[in-house]
Design a protein around this ligand. Sequence first.
Ligand code: COA
Length: 283
Amino acid sequence: MFTPDTLREKTFLVTGGGSGLGRAMALGFARAGAKVAVLGRRPEPLQETVAAIQALGGVAAWASADVRDPASVAAAVDSLEAELGPINGLVNNAAGNFLSPSEELSPNAFNSVVQIVLYGTFHTTQELGRRWIERKTGGVILSIVTTYAWMGSAFVLPSAAAKAGVLAMARSLAVEWAHYNIRCNAIAPGPFPTEGAFSRLMMPGAQEEALNHIPLRRFGKPEELADLATYMMSDMASFMTGECVVIDGGEWLYSGQEFGHIAGYDREMVKQFMAAMRPSKKG
Ligand code: COA
């Protein structure tokens, strides 16, 4: 679908680009011809992502920063732009999350997730947005949210509250910053088996049950999310702004559908039951 010049002349920054979905997007962007900057807290995974991109023949750089700290974000963007040239796209992927009964959350536990997800997204978005407005170049922002950003979810309250805010931020800025030719979109992934997410969010033995809630009966592949992100970050999507695209194998719709569970039963049996329930024609 994409060629090595799909993202020619693009330089994208991926927060949390050292691991999981951030790493997959960073590699996907590089394969499509973008220069890629990755930012995160720990140097080692960032260095590994950069090495993997360079092994593909791509151009990449890393900088260590905590998205909760706007000064460290600004310094990291300065150093990445010094190395790669002006950044013209941002993916807000860095996140924090864990399962917890809400009544047991300490103020600091709530704060740590909201600071990473909501404040962190604001800090990176404002840092890049200000640069693009000043330079009059336009730009593109993609924020990774979740399907519970609009429904909420039990046991991940700080993340649900913060992701809802990130979605509101993307939609707000889509209108406000269209004036500066800055597009703002979001992707809402369902379950993708990355170490960071599954080690924190998948209870032992819960994978089989989780699959039963996904009509396509499998988890997502990171490359599938990377392909969607590549499209949304590219000029092919230049009329798309304020959009949130779900990629979850049908999971969130299934969870709200009255009769959706029937789709998981043996289809021949279902057809026989339905035929048997049908009133016979009179006369
Ligand atoms: N349940 C309840 N509270 C928890 C918790 C859990 N599983 N994990 C951490 N906390 C609490 C800590 O106890 C602490 O609160 P306290 O000071 O009142 O004791 C607070 O959260 C901050 O924890 P700390 O480990 O000091 O924060 P951190 O800034 O180093 O880490 C997290 C932030 C907690 C979000 C950590 O999970 C993280 O770094 N995550 C990044 C990666 C990630 O979550 N990826 C998944 C994305 S889907």
